[in-house]
Design a protein. Structure first.
Length: 367
């Protein structure tokens, strides 16, 4: 029977697994991609990793995410992560919209979702004993700094998209990266400049947690932008996935994996796309070219194609489902929850690999 899981590893990570196996104590960083409903397929895996496996080896770990990835890492930072992931999944599935919702209506729905998700848990998330949460958002420049209308935002993002086709370096003239994160974590491996985007670092607090999570998942033009985040630069904020869709970061700066500096990346696909605007540009993938070494210490786990074919409509949940199912919310919710329940097979496969690593299952992380 085909495995429900694919395991990719960079060369340093693979050598480490070959010599030492895969131990919870070795995991230093966990990235979490943007991708909307696709992130639901990781629910049971997330619950096992954060609820059972990592607690056996407590240590400081950096959790960094964009959009639903940031929300997942906020769930991981709860005192009871298993219950938090369940609540997040239920709330996310439960979104209901009219046929043509306005940006105000979508923003209201997502704001309410996040309120119900974190209400009463802000202190435990921000002050988690071991985990250090970092939320990624995008801050506008130029036309996108303080757009006064939907048309102005549209013009700004049209210019940004055209710039990105030429180069991600040109996109950096239109938007900045903002990391709103745990003040206890130096995050030095990110603070040395590694691309052309200006990166701002702000402190995550109980007061700005909700607006930071909202900004991180604010879809341009589909939602109203976030206008202010306490402690972060003035201006306008959108989805962190615009710059950092799959978080293509210089993880190898963490250095020698034998010191416990591996990156565990639960992902919903088998490749890493730098930015949301790069989805249609297949030549832009992490693990290639001069930055290929960035993923040398990364272990990426994702659903296998064979597993995906067994899901409703033979696909992962995705944002297009809102259009496919329309106002038939009950059928969409039912199928998304079937996919989340089926993710237990991925969880079991990864737990079996951790208990007894089979290197024949590991695929080199270069594309």
């Amino acid at each position: 029977m085909s495995s429900p899981l694919q395991i990719h590893a960079g060369k340093i990570a693979l050598a480490h697994i070959r010599e030492h196996g895969l131990q919870a104590r070795d995991i230093a960083v966990i990235p979490a991609a943007a991708g909307g409903p696709k992130g639901l397929i990781l629910q049971a895996l997330d619950q096992w990793i954060f609820g059972e496996w990592l607690p056996k080896a407590p240590r400081e770990r950096s959790l960094i995410g964009a959009s639903i990835g940031a929300w997942r890492m906020a769930a991981a930072s709860h005192a009871d992560p298993v219950a938090a992931f369940q609540r997040l999944g239920d709330l996310y599935c439960g979104q209901r919209y009219p046929a043509k919702p306005s940006p105000a209506r979508v923003t209201e729905e997502i704001h309410g979702l996040l309120q119900h998700f974190i209400a009463g848990h802000e202190h435990e998330i921000v002050n988690q004993p071991q985990h250090r949460l970092h939320v990624l958002a995008v801050h506008g420049r130029g036309l996108l700094h303080t757009p006064q209308s939907a048309l102005a935002s549209k013009l700004g993002f049209t210019a940004a998209a055209l710039a990105n086709i030429a180069s991600r370096d040109y996109l950096a003239r239109h938007i900045d990266r903002v990391v709103i994160g745990d003040r206890r974590d130096s995050l030095l491996w990110m603070k040395d400049k590694f691309d052309d985007f200006k990166t701002h670092f702000a402190t995550l607090t109980t007061d700005n947690l909700l607006p930071a999570l909202l900004a991180s998942g604010t879809l341009p033009l589909i939602m109203q932008p976030v206008r202010h985040i306490a402690g972060a630069p003035d201006g306008t904020y959108w989805d962190g996935g615009i710059i950092d869709y799959h978080l293509a970061f210089p993880y190898s700066r963490l250095n020698d994996s034998t010191q416990g500096n591996l990156v565990l990346y639960p992902h919903f696909t088998d490749h890493i796309i730098p930015g949301w605007l790069d989805k249609a540009l297949p030549w832009r993938r992490a693990g290639r070219g001069k930055h290929a070494h960035w993923v040398d210490n990364v272990i990426m786990i994702s659903p296998s194609p064979a597993f995906v074919r067994t899901l409703p409509r033979a696909k992962l949940p995705d944002r297009k489902d809102f259009f496919y199912y329309g106002v038939n919310h009950d059928e969409r919710i039912r199928n998304w929850k079937i996919a989340m329940a089926d993710s237990e097979r991925m969880r079991d496969a990864f737990a079996a690999f951790v208990a007894k690593p089979d290197l024949s299952q590991v695929i080199p992380l270069n594309f």
